[in-house]
Write a protein that binds this ligand. Structure first.
Ligand code: IVH
Length: 684
């Protein structure tokens, strides 16, 4: 090293040390004035001796005027997010579940969890090689994010070089303090709603010299590197040693012994968050012993060894304008609340399903009431409570069907219209028949169907194939192109398999899974099913695996009906397929020849405890069965998934012991939502 280089190295090291004292330890070692002098000197020297420029020099903090393009880069670690909880009960369930899971795997019974603040900022991953910062990448979709290295280097609290020459990835949150936000926001033309948005806007500025002017900060909370310590608490210590800024505001709880104390801690922290210098939107609980994390495992999106407690379940205030009734094709009545539109968690909500009368009674909900609206599991709109009662009593489902005026009957938790010819039910059957998962008739969505139906052109399913669509030419919005397209898709729907046609008829309990079951059991034509019904042998059906006596009988009763037989005869004349082609059966591709994949196929679910959104819980199981799964009353070894509600009994421990996947209500809701399944149970 020549003299110039030595001088530069020493000066950089001095600045680095004072940075560390100032930013990480919060204990300045020199005055601001002296520090500024050192920086000036460094800039002058680097200008004079450009050969010795270095990417980890503190001068990098000034940024540059060059434009960054924020190239997309792949993360080398999975950048997962956290599962969320909104109540202490959910946290306690998580503790119980973790404990049971560790027990089932014969792992430590005494473990601890560490509580951290959930910083409301931007998630970032810092990559180091041999102790040098090589890249700063936004979280992105968890697999790849944007390279914002130039901007990250300007953040004083990000070490450009670590105290040991290690390689690894480090996760943290970039944020702005509340006072800095107040000050900067008042100077900006465009004001930001909160520190997070301003920090986010800053981190995406094209010129890093602009970013350097904003005092962004960072807390590092996870490290992925060789020889990391044994607990998260020790790792935070080590991260600090390495030069990272960590958040000291943590607490450790021995579990399950101190589980009771969590509630108090949460309460205190929620109350005290206003006094913090930065925004937090919740708390994070993590299993402290790092060796226990892998055994607890991961779902696709988040680790099971951590859980975020969110302070605010996003909620909005609204009022109940009206309750409409939907009559499903099965006759089930679903009340739907029409509310004053309200923005909750980024989406406008106007309609909220109210499920059934019990649900409405529990809320004591009436027209005109002021209500609190939320999105359960962050997605599904729900009315949480009545905030101001303006009506005199809870709204009641009327006695007569709003569509056909026949008397409604209560069966279980639901009301039903039992009139098969009820107009709304017929329309429901038509819409179902043409739907994407059934006959998949392109161009015949619910709106067009409603039009055909209201005009009286189509009353029953076979009419779809006999109506002269050229008549539509006279109506607004129906050009030749649209008509021909519809005719073509009707024509090609005649190629749909027997399995699909069978399901599309809309018999109750006859979903894709049941159709496959019947065909695989040798019922290769509609006629063979009619013959079976005529013989009245329900035992022949109920002996099939996964089909109960009641379901078998229900099916046979429907198959006996003349109405169905007439419809099938008409549809057969139109060219629809009512026989399973043997060639296709032989190749055992029933699932592959165009039937949609089912969300729950191959799975057997059991439910335990009580649920907020599924009252009774059989509603959840119905949904599972509807989408290809099997439901089981008791927890036996054929069960693959346990749906876990509040106040779960002994089933939880048993499921843990048998390694059955455990799914909470909010996880289930997310699953349902992500699979694009309709939660409108009246369509079941
Ligand atoms: S741990 C696998 N700890 O919250 C580890 N995240 O919804 C997952 N966050 O993307 C992250 N403070 O951006 C963790 N103390 C903290 C956190 C924290 C804020 C953010 C982070 C993450 C999001 C999860």
């Amino acid at each position: 090293m020549n003299d110039q280089e030595t001088q530069l190295t020493t000066l950089r090291e001095t600045i680095r040390t004072s940075d560390y004292h100032y930013y990480v330890l919060n204990q300045p070692s020199i005055s601001d004035f002296d520090y500024d002098q050192l920086l000036l000197k460094l800039t002058a020297m680097e200008k004079a001796w450009p050969n010795f420029a270095s990417s980890d020099s503190p001068s990098q903090r000034f940024g540059s005027d060059q434009s960054s393009d924020f190239a997309e880069v792949k993360h080398t670690i999975p950048v997962l997010s956290l599962d969320k909880a909104y109540s202490v009960a959910e946290i306690l369930t998580w503790v119980k579940r973790s404990s049971a899971s560790l027990k089932a795997k014969s792992l430590a019974q005494d473990f601890s969890c560490i509580l951290e603040e959930k910083i409301d900022g931007l998630s970032i991953v810092l990559y180091y090689e041999q102790g040098q910062l090589v890249r700063g990448v936004t979280r992105g979709n968890g697999e790849q994010g944007n390279d914002v290295s130039a901007n990250v280097r300007t953040i004083r609290e990000v070490p450009l070089r670590l105290s040991r020459p290690i390689s690894g990835a480090f996760r943290g949150e970039v944020y702005l303090s509340k006072p800095d936000f107040q000050r900067l926001n008042s100077q900006q033309e465009l004001s930001y709603a909160n520190p997070r948005n301003l920090a986010g806007g800053t981190l995406r500025r094209i010129k890093s010299s602009e970013v350097a002017k904003v005092p962004l900060r960072i807390f590092i909370y996870e490290g992925f590197y060789q020889e990391a310590p044994q607990t998260h608490q020790l790792m935070l210590e080590d991260l600090k040693q390495l030069g990272f800024k960590t958040n000291p505001s943590t607490a450790v709880f021995s579990l399950p012994r101190q589980a009771e104390q969590l509630a108090d801690e949460i309460k205190q922290r929620a109350a005290g968050r206003g006094h913090l210098d930065y925004e937090i939107d919740g708390l994070v609980f993590k299993i402290n012993e790092l060796e226990l994390r892998e055994p607890l495992g991961y779902t696709e999106h988040h680790p099971r060894w951590a859980l975020a407690y969110k302070f605010d379940n996003p909620q909005g205030q609204s009022s109940l304008l009206a309750i409409d009734i939907q009559v499903g094709r099965s006759g089930r009545i679903t009340p739907v609340a029409r509310i004053e539109p309200v923005l909750v968690g980024g989406a406008t909500i106007q309609n909220v399903t109210l499920h059934n009368q019990d649900y409405i009674n529990a809320l004591d909900l009436g027209i005109g009431d002021s209500i609190v609206v939320s999105r359960r599991g962050d997605v599904i709109p729900a009315i949480e409570s009545v905030s101001e009662k303006k009506s005199s009593a809870a709204w009641q489902i009327p006695e007569l069907c709003p569509s056909c005026a026949s008397k409604l009957h209560k069966q279980g938790a639901h009301h039903f219209c039992l009139n098969f010819a009820c107009p709304q039910r017929s329309l429901g059957r038509l819409i179902f028949f043409a739907g994407r998962d059934q006959m998949d008739i392109d161009g015949l969505g619910s709106e067009s169907m409603q039009f055909l139906w209201q005009q009286g052109f189509v009353r029953d399913i076979p009419d779809l194939y006999t109506f002269d669509y050229q008549q539509l030419d006279a109506f607004a919005g129906w050009g030749q192109k649209k008509i021909v397209k519809l005719q073509n898709s009707l024509e090609s729907s005649k190629q749909q398999s027997f399995a699909r046609v069978l399901v599309s008829l809309g018999l109750s309990d006859l979903g894709p899974r049941m159709a496959r079951l019947l065909i695989n059991a040798g019922f290769l034509s509609m006629q063979s099913l009619f013959d079976l019904a005529d013989r009245g042998q329900s035992s022949q059906l109920s002996s099939l695996h996964g089909l109960g006596e009641v379901t078998a009988q229900t099916l046979l009763d429907q198959l006996k009906e003349q109405r169905l037989r007439d419809m099938v005869a008409r549809l057969r004349d139109c060219g629809l397929c009512f026989e399973q082609a043997l060639a296709e059966l032989a190749s055992e591709t029933l699932a592959a020849h165009g039937d949609p994949p089912l969300a729950f196929s191959g799975q057997t679910w059991c439910a335990t405890g009580t649920f907020e959104n599924f009252k009774p819980r059989s509603l959840a199981l119905e949904l599972i069965v509807k989408h290809g799964g099997t439901a089981s009353e008791d927890l036996n070894k054929t069960v693959s998934h346990l749906l876990l509600g509040e106040k779960a009994g002994s089933k939880l421990a048993k499921a843990q012991a048998w390694d059955i996947a455990i799914v909470t209500e909010s996880e289930f809701l997310k699953l349902v939502f992500e699979a694009g399944l309709s939660l409108d149970l009246s369509q079941a």
